[in-house]
Design a protein around this ligand. Structure first.
Ligand code: B12
Ligand code: SF4
Length: 456
């Protein structure tokens, strides 16, 4: 039996290849490969860097689907099914909208793959694969399961190893898809499995793709203690409330943490309250002055994540958010438009209020473009929201801003290694900002729209 694993892109041109230069290993597909019995031949194709070879014979194609890759995933699925292969889909979007996903494949997995994947393969080989497998979330995720990283070779991924210590997060921010997937619960792997996984690979730079690695302070401390002897460098995602626990922070730094993606989301206390971001309530009122000072004193390089388009936002307040990020010399920042991901509390609220654009299904709409507003904001037009968020990305990533933000002695200039990382990744992310803005979802035929011709 041959299994073909697919990571879809957001979109792509029919005859040319859009290459995502900041692409990282698709961890979920490494895990699927690791779970697959060894006698099954496994190949990976990543739509972000190569063409999908539909004519190469395969028995089963397994596609991972996020909301922003759903349209492209459905096209790829149709390509395989037309040639007689069966298709199984899973991932975030499959959990959020299984009925929609089921229409585009032969089998949908609703939840984590680990508890069911072997059964799916056995059922497939016996000719009795079901249309849908609903997974009961295991209390201990990925237990004794190790990804197969050989399938990533030659794909040009960034030289950083992705892995997880935990899944989910116990907070319930109104816009968060993960919080829906994991029903606001946090699940940890056994620390010894994580250590073994690190030892099984060669790199010293790791990215824990946890939703919130510090969700449980005690469990995080257990992990950090075990990481210290490994002498690695790592990055992850964490919430601001971690700063209240000096022991946690000390262990984090000792274990090799370089910095974290932190959801600042907004500098307005009103917006923080609206989105139910409890972890930020204390800081927002004082422009996170204490928190930023602590992050610097721990020497952490921060990737500040903001969402823009909340009911309390105005064009001026969004502009001020960008000024705040530049002034505080964050190493990186994201200014994401507030997106109504299906089945989130935010989606339902905006649906009730009649404020969803594209008939509520922006991810399927051929006119929707990446990083465009899909909601009617309160204090500006959707077009203004699209423009101001792009302006933030453009300004934060401008050469002048990159130069000014570099001059932060305790973080970006802390060591030659930190400075190098800063200098390599800032221009790379700047390039991606322009490449991704306005990208169509799914396959785009050779013809350009009027707007695109104008841009050329
Ligand atoms: C790491 C990460 C990134 C990395 C990319 C990593 C990579 N490999 O390319 C970076 C930082 C670049 C990134 C960017 C973005 N991300 Co992101 N990211 C994540 C994060 C934190 C972890 C993903 C991960 O690797 N998880 C680990 C794997 C093992 O878990 P998993 O994917 O859930 O897979 C398990 C199951 O779902 C299932 N499964 C998954 N696929 C399949 C397929 C089959 C066939 C089967 C059977 C099972 C199965 O089994 C797996 C093992 O149990 C998630 C949060 C999350 N919890 O998923 C957000 C998340 C996926 N990202 C999100 C978003 C919105 C984005 C951006 C669009 C943000 C933006 N506006 O720019 C961009 C788009 C990137 C792009 N393509 O250009 C949202 C997606 C929401 C949605 N509804 O789709 C998430 C869920 C965050 C959130 N809290 O809402 N992201
Ligand atoms: S803290 Fe982060 S991961 Fe947790 S619910 Fe909020 S946005 Fe989601």
């Amino acid at each position: 039996m041959k299994l073909t694993l697919i990571k879809p892109n957001i979109g792509r041109r029919e005859h040319s290849l859009y290459v995502d230069e900041a692409r990282m290993e698709p961890l979920q597909l490494g895990i699927l490969a690791g779970l697959t019995p060894p006698e099954v031949e496994v190949v990976l194709y990543d739509d972000r860097v190569e063409k999908i070879p539909y004519d190469e014979p395969t028995d089963l194609a397994a596609i991972t689907v996020e909301t922003f890759t759903a349209r492209r995933a459905y096209e790829i699925s149709a390509g395989f099914r037309k040639r007689g292969a069966k298709v199984v889909m899973g991932g975030m979007h499959a959990m959020l909208l299984p009925e929609e996903v089921e229409e585009h494949c032969d089998c949908v997995i609703v939840g984590d793959a680990e508890p069911v994947w072997k059964t799916v393969i056995d059922d497939f080989r016996a000719g009795k694969m079901k249309r849908r497998y609903d997974v009961v979330q295991p209390l201990c995720p990925q237990e004794n399961v190790f990804p197969r990283r050989d399938i990533f070779e030659g794909k040009g991924y960034l030289p950083i190893t992705l892995l997880q210590f935990s899944r989910g997060c116990s907070h319930s921010c109104q816009f968060c898809a993960s919080s829906v997937y994991f029903k606001a619960r946090h699940y940890c792997r056994p620390v010894e499995d994580v250590i073994r996984e690190i030892r099984l690979q060669k790199r010293k730079l790791l990215f824990f793709v946890d939703d919130n690695i510090v969700c449980s302070h005690e469990k995080a401390k257990e992990l950090f203690r075990a990481l210290i002897p490994l002498k690695i460098h790592w990055v992850s995602q964490g919430s601001l409330d971690m700063l209240k626990d000096p022991e946690l922070m000390e262990l984090m730094v000792k274990s090799g943490c370089l910095g974290l993606v932190i959801g600042f989301e907004s500098i307005s206390p009103e917006c923080i309250a609206q989105m139910n971001k409890n972890t930020n309530r204390d800081g927002a009122g004082s422009l996170y002055a204490k928190e930023i000072e602590k992050l610097r004193s721990w020497g952490l390089q921060t990737w500040a994540a903001f969402t823009v388009g909340h009911d309390g936002d105005t064009i001026e307040s969004v502009r001020a958010t960008c000024d705040f990020a530049i002034r505080n010399k964050f190493t990186f920042a994201a200014f994401n438009i507030l997106m109504p991901y299906p089945n989130t509390p935010l989606y339902r609220k905006l649906e009730r209020e009649g404020r969803l654009l594209y008939g509520g299904k922006w991810w399927l709409d051929e006119n929707y473009r990446f990083n465009y507003a899909a909601i009617v904001p309160k204090n500006m037009t959707p077009e203004e929201l699209t423009e101001i968020s792009f302006d933030c990305r453009r300004r934060f990533n401008s050469p002048l801003s990159i130069f000014l933000r570099a001059l932060e002695p305790r973080t970006n200039l802390r060591t030659p290694y930190r400075f190098m990382t800063y200098l390599i990744y800032n221009p790379l992310f700047r390039k991606e900002v322009f490449k991704k803005q306005g990208m169509r979802f799914g396959l785009e035929s050779g013809k350009k729209t009027g707007e695109e011709r104008e841009k050329c």
